[in-house]
Design a protein around this ligand. Sequence first.
Ligand code: HEM
Ligand code: HEM
Length: 155
Amino acid sequence: MTLPEPVKIWSQFAHPILMWILLGLSIYALYSGIQLRRIRTVDQETRKNLIKGHFNTKHYQIGSLILALMVLGSLGGMAVTYINNGKLFFGPHLLVGLGMAGLIAFSASLSPFMQKGNDIARYTHITLNVTILSLFVWQAVSGIDIVQRILARLS
Ligand code: HEM
Ligand code: HEM
């Protein structure tokens, strides 16, 4: 089965766009996660206001969306790479991408334990997500590099 040429060409931009949106969502997850931590440490009045923000529900929902988009976005990036090149490039963007998909699954799987107040689960969740966010920045830089190569090939 061969895909029409315009579909092949334009599909290459879906993954980069999705991943920039995902970076934005991840920064919001960091913000809402920090608010969740603050709830346990601030004074009564601030605590009441923070609780009204429903950060726990928002964080869990955004987190679930991030989990789905990161796993599917990685698989999508691989699919589009394969469709356009007939192979995958066994390079850092592929390996770091798959590593991040694994780490976010681990991080999300800690949810039921964090909800029971388990501190080890909380600190593991935070460590994993700080690692994921750092890798994300790196992935964005190497991603822009790949986009530039695609554009150079097209022109
Ligand atoms: C970039 C992504 C993420 C960041 C930066 C992040 C950050 C945080 C932080 C800082 C906390 C507070 C921990 C504490 O209270 O000490 C937290 C809690 C939590 N996170 Fe995340 N998180 C992310 C993704 C996710 C994902 C993917 C899920 C699940 C689908 C998730 C579910 C939860 C849950 C259930 C809690 C505990 C909430 C509670 O105490 O009720 N997070 N997160
Ligand atoms: C943030 C900005 C990012 C940009 C601009 C970007 C860009 C790209 C581009 C242009 C490709 C080639 C495929 C295509 O044409 O669609 C690609 C492939 C890929 N991306 Fe990204 N990416 C980004 C982030 C991510 C993230 C966060 C992950 C994983 C969590 C990821 C995982 C992958 C994977 C696994 C491939 C397949 C690589 C291969 O098989 O050679 N990317 N990316």
